[in-house]
Design a protein. Structure first.
Length: 284
């Protein structure tokens, strides 16, 4: 693998889900890197050993879904400890989490819930990100969420919130281009202006995924469901994101209605071709 400004990982990878694990372990298909949900490997058993085996041939990234960086009560000690132990064992290329909350009074909610973008919320998230980075001994990447509503008392835009978080904690940004597209469509925002407001040097990873739409009485809502190919309009936005951020390692997410592995790898090859085209254009 060629060294890049984003570390020793380049190109397009895929999210590794359990139904594809045996096939990847057996066939070792071409993929730049793999990403797993960290919480799926907290329970011990053969899972971490299988990841370590794959780690010999692929860089592996840990993507958290349950740390709850927006919880005002702070991070769960046990959850953070398990994440740190897994990261120390696996030495992942990236560790990432969501700009959201999902825990209250020790109760885990099965969703990534939105935050108001205020100075008070920024203080909470910055404190939690700093603690997570101290425990892990490394920088983490924070992913922008898909949003379906806005808070009237927010005083910052989402890119402003992320930029301030980067400045306060030294964290990076995982730019989910599909989430930018979904949020912009649902809330009437400008997706290109959103990308332009992020600090390019902080973006260490990009996610791409599919979305669906629901509608009633002429009102359309986009749903970030990770259950279909990347939409043409999202591919177009991805090209514009690369023009701003450079050749950022990119991951294809597909979490529901999983297709054959070959379909997932085909999406990654498409992203890789776009990445290579952007690289060629910058070199010209």
């Amino acid at each position: 693998m060629r060294d890049t400004p984003h570390g020793h990982v380049s190109g397009a990878g895929v999210g590794l889900r359990a139904p594809h694990l045996a096939e990847i372990a057996r066939a070792r298909p071409v993929a730049a890197w793999l990403e797993v949900h960290a919480e799926n490997y907290f329970g011990g058993g053969p899972g971490p050993e299988r990841l370590l085996e794959l780690r010999r041939d692929y860089p592996v990234s840990l993507h958290g879904v349950g740390l709850s960086l927006g919880s005002a009560e702070g991070l769960d000690d046990g959850h953070l400890r398990r994440l740190a132990e897994l990261a120390a064992r696996l030495t992942p290329c990236f560790v990432s989490e969501h700009l959201s909350w999902s825990v209250s009074n020790g109760v885990y909610l099965n969703d990534l819930l939105p935050l108001p973008y205020t100075e008070e919320a920024l203080d909470v998230v910055a404190r939690n990100v700093a603690r997570a980075q101290d425990a892990l001994g490394r920088k983490i990447l924070i992913e922008n969420p898909s949003r379906y509503l806005g808070f009237t008392h927010s005083t910052l835009s989402e890119p402003e919130f992320l930029t301030a978080l980067v400045f306060r904690t030294g964290c990076g940004v995982l730019c989910d281009v599909n989430n930018v597209f979904v949020t912009a469509a649902n809330l009437g925002l400008d997706a290109d202006a959103y990308l332009a407001a992020l600090p390019p040097e902080a973006v260490g990873e990009i996610h791409l995924a599919g979305h669906s739409q629901v509608g009633r009485d002429g009102h359309v809502l986009l749903i970030d469901d990770h259950a279909s190919p990347v939409a043409p309009a999202v591919w177009a936005l991805y090209r514009r994101a690369l023009a701003r951020f450079g050749r950022v390692p990119t991951l294809i997410e597909w979490d529901k209605d999983l297709p054959p592995l070959a379909t997932l790898l085909g999406e990654a090859r498409k992203a890789a071709r776009i990445l290579d085209g952007e690289n060629d254009a910058r070199a010209a």
